[in-house]
Design a binder for this molecule. Structure first.
Ligand code: PLP
Length: 302
């Protein structure tokens, strides 16, 4: 695989950093997660909401002052080229990463040498039906490392929660914030379904503004007349929900049937989750013409 490294496409083993690199030592970076879906019938690879992802990448850089030294358009062009030169004809996960490029000890963010990598990798989508636990780790707050940025160092918080949950036999965790409000899973947003309405926490509760979250809110309303109420949620609302699901680029939409020792709803995937998930899976693969505007085709039509 060739990797985009600061404007050049280089073999993977050349896309390396020095042991003294500040981003490696202190987690001074920001990143994105984007997906491209292969459509066999159309012989086309579609990147999902690539512009929205790169705008968030820029915002993340601004929040943590690891400014991305490429424009959104340059990054989109680089991503298309990356997929083409690697001849990708399968579903892949795309990882843009911007790091502080300095190789020195002082713990400051003043520098002009930020470096961007982009690589693509196949992804195992894993289990579709999940059991989650409420984490004993609280989400890093907006006044610590803002969760509205995908900042590399902040994912220590997510890794601690996921590892704790998996060691206890669950698939993943759910974070509460410092005020005890429900936030999200370590790398996914969370929704509950109650009386045919969706509820999800606001960004101000230390939530990342998920692009899948936004897609779900839009398609649920437009295609099924299901409204989303964005408001703070407490733990007990998870336990009494009709359905719970999580959303994320890597995850897609996955049903949650158990939280802690409690069964959610019927203990099976619910009808609301299923119809939103099925439509989402068709949209991302380019099978719903109405939603083509979300997609960027990689290959030129023959
Ligand atoms: C902390 C966190 N929350 C939520 C999400 C879901 O966001 P998106 O749907 O944009 O992938 C992600 C993944 O990017 C994440 O890292």
């Amino acid at each position: 695989m060739l990797i985009f490294d600061q404007g050049k496409f280089v073999p993977e083993k050349k896309a390396t950093v020095n042991a003294r690199n500040k981003a490696l030592n202190y987690g001074l970076g920001c990143f994105e997660g984007i997906r491209a879906f292969w459509n066999e019938d159309k012989q086309q690879l579609f990147i999902f909401r690539v512009r929205d992802h790169y705008k968030r990448f820029e915002n993340s850089g601004e929040i943590v002052t690891v400014f991305v030294p490429f424009t959104v358009d340059e990054l989109i062009r680089a991503t298309i080229k990356l997929l083409r030169i690697n001849k990708i004809r399968e579903d892949v996960y795309i990882r843009p990463l911007c790091i502080n490029g300095e190789n020195s000890i002082p713990l400051t963010l003043f520098n002009t040498s930020n470096r961007v990598f982009i690589f693509a990798t196949p992804l195992d989508v894993g289990k579709q039906i999940l059991k989650l636990s409420i984490s004993s780790w609280r989400r890093n707050s907006s006044n610590a490392i803002a969760p509205q940025a995908k900042a590399t160092g902040a994912y220590m918080n997510s890794a601690l929660a996921s590892s704790e949950a998996q060691l206890a036999g669950f698939d993943d965790a759910i974070f509460l914030n410092q005020d005890g409000k429900v936030v999200e899973a370590p790398t996914d947003n969370i929704f509950i379904v109650k009386n045919n309405t969706l509820f999800t926490p606001p960004i101000s509760d230390d939530v990342l503004k998920g692009i899948t979250r936004d897609t779900v809110i839009k398609i649920a309303e437009k295609e099924f007349g299901i409204k989303t109420i964005i408001k703070s949620l407490v733990r007990s609302q998870l336990y009494t929900a009709d359905e719970v699901f999580i959303t994320g680029t890597a995850t897609g939409i996955k049903t949650v049937v158990q939280i802690d020792e409690r069964t959610i709803g019927t203990g099976k995937e619910g009808p609301v989750t299923r119809k939103i998930k099925d439509l989402y899976n068709q949209i991302v693969r380019g099978n719903v013409p109405k939603y083509k505007f979300f997609l960027t085709p990689v290959y030129k039509k023959r």
